[in-house]
Design a protein around this ligand. Structure first.
Ligand SMILES: Nc1ncnc2c1ncn2[C@@H]1O[C@H](COP(=O)(O)OP(=O)(O)O)[C@@H](O)[C@H]1O
Ligand SMILES: [Mg+2]
Length: 154
């Protein structure tokens, strides 16, 4: 299933992120898609804030992975941009482990991977419009993650 939200301001995105944080109580694996500046990292920051992560959340572009353990759920934030195709093949099994426990894992630049990620996950696609508003589209293809994105609509 697929649900979409138009966020006119960063505050709208914040409300959506707080709902999402509430809906993923048992953890989830999330791939984020969208151009540079669309609002992928902004969403992760706001979800971390909602989970009461105390550390400052920064973009993992240079370090590939940032992790935060001070909030209600452990948050893992990958940016695969520097790995590209070959690199992603080498870590796909490692990524699978991040999809299995009670934690929240975000991955930016998963589009380098030629294949579908072979485990349950939610896809969030972020696009921006001329008026600076953002469209956040959530897509899921299994019952467990469908439930999460259904909760966002309430
Ligand atoms: N409605 C909105 N939702 C998300 N980000 C927004 C919004 N309006 C403005 N922004 C700004 O757009 C920028 C998005 O940057 P970022 O999240 O780092 O992009 P990405 O990670 O997709 O490359 C941030 O500076 C954020 O404050
Ligand atoms: Mg980013």
């Amino acid at each position: 299933m697929k649900v979409q939200f138009c966020c006119k301001t960063l505050d709208d995105t914040k409300k959506l992120a707080y709902k999402f944080a509430n809906a993923v109580r048992n953890g989830c694996f999330v791939n984020l898609y969208g151009e540079i500046g669309a609002g992928k990292t902004a969403f992760v920051k706001l979800v971390a804030e909602a989970l009461e992560v105390k550390e400052r959340v920064t973009s993992p572009s240079f370090v590939i992975l940032n992790e935060y353990h001070s909030g209600k759920l452990p948050v893992y934030h990958f940016d695969l941009y520097r790995l590209e195709n070959e690199g992603i093949k080498t870590i796909i099994d490692e990524l699978r482990e991040y999809s299995e426990g009670k934690q929240l894992t975000f991955v930016e630049w998963a589009e380098f991977s030629q294949n579908e990620f072979p485990f349950n996950h939610i896809k969030i696609n972020v696009t921006y419009n001329d008026d600076d508003s953002r469209l956040y589209s959530f897509e899921s293809d299994n019952a467990a993650t469908d439930k999460i994105i259904k909760d966002l609509e309430e």
